[in-house]
Ligand binder design. Sequence first.
Ligand code: HEM
Length: 504
Amino acid sequence: MAWWWWLLVQLLVWCCAGVVALLWWMWVTRPQVDIPGPPTWPIIGNVLDLLEHPLTLQKARDFHRQYGDLTRFYVGPKLVIMVAHPDDVQHILVTSKMVERDPLTTNVMRVIVGDGLLTLNGSRWKTHRRLINPTFHSELLGNFLEAFHEGGLFLSARLAADSRGGAAPADVHAAALFAALRSFCTTGTGVDPDLLIPDDLSEREVSAIVADGMTLLQKMMVRPWTRSKALLRLTPKGRAVFKYLALLRKRVEEVIAIRSAAKEDGPAKTRQRLLETLVKPGGQTAVPVSEVRDELVTMALTATDTTAICISYVLAVLALHPEWQDAARRELEDVFGEGGDYLRAASLAELASLRVLESIIKETLRLFPVVPVLPRMVTEDIWLSRGRLLVPKGAMLGVMPFLTHRLPQFFPDPLTFDPSRFLEGRGGEDHPCSYLPFGLGARNCVGSQYARLEMKVFLATVLRRLRFLPHSRREDLENAALSVTLHSIEPIQVYCVPLQESGL
Ligand code: HEM
């Protein structure tokens, strides 16, 4: 054997031995806790338990059933704890004010959305949050009603057309995603949605890409070796996701350019839109321009996918529960009358009186919380389980609203869809943290009021125009992948039959 060949083999062997020794050292020095969880393998921990792709709600529920309200995992040496009980939820999100999102999730999300509210921590997160909070303030919401109504009309027309008058099932997420994107363009940027929305891809393609993007994120979180952009681009799904992101970024850059080209702001306003806050006329920006671009992409994705998922679930459960669909429509008739202007745009006062519809949305979010995991980095040792168990600094806590929302001690008969829980003011009121569809504490949803109002307008608009009949079954709704957002494995579909007065 030539000497250089021998040297190369030696080098390779020692490198491999070094890597294994390092991994072994990381494994033996991993943080330990006295919390039950599946048996581990040296070095890889529980990666084999989490390899099933995509990881579903059902899998997490099985772990919860087996190990209880706190379940321990290791992703390699990284300690991850799944949290279900509202006492612990309260301690983590409210009392201890744990606001840092864990790097296991932020590093992965950063590959897709860059540096925005979802991925930033520390002082940069605080700066972004302080800027963005007022742009979704309740005082501004009244100005958004027209855009939401336009989105609701768009959604009604798309569902009616896709369902061909009720002859075929329509994919709700695809239509609702574009309706929400249109509303976001107007409300967040003030730019005409027709100028901004990519027409290079169909609604169905975009909806499928967003769902694939979410499952790719999940894969990257539990399989560290898949976390490279270059590797992702080798797969057709990865390529499609990056193609859509490139389109979105290009449009966002166009929007920034339009705003920068403005000579001056109009009359002074107490509250400005998102784009107006981030970019001033002349092009001066509130944070570095790359962060403005990433923030607008983050907001465009979070503001649309979440709403579209929730609307899909609401319409599917209403199709499966005609008694509640009728109750919602009776309420709409009471509020809007049955006369000539029954189909008019809703006012804030009319929307506030839609209590049945509100309870339906709340109950849907209880059963199917759109953001299924709230990941937190443990920045200081924390005692959980009423002071019985110590979780060390460096671990990741995953608060799981979909487990908390189904605990029978807070929501009796938890699997039953029963909006009257919220109508009668019950709804987990025994504990302040048993219901958290929009999160809790300083890192809660920045767009929660916006989302609530937008969904009410969309639903009040479509329910006055269409009747929904079931296609997706309850099992299909439950069969959902666990990622940044909740995505059903099969697209959620309903039949949409135009009502007589709808004019569709
Ligand atoms: C049904 C609709 C929605 C639901 C259920 C929802 C839920 C949530 C939840 C639970 C969180 C907290 C995550 C955590 O604690 O780690 C969150 C964060 C966030 N949401 Fe929403 N959301 C919705 C709609 C929206 C909308 C419409 C927007 C934008 C207008 C938005 C923007 C965001 C952003 C940017 C964050 C990150 C906040 C931060 O880290 O400071 N969401 N959302």
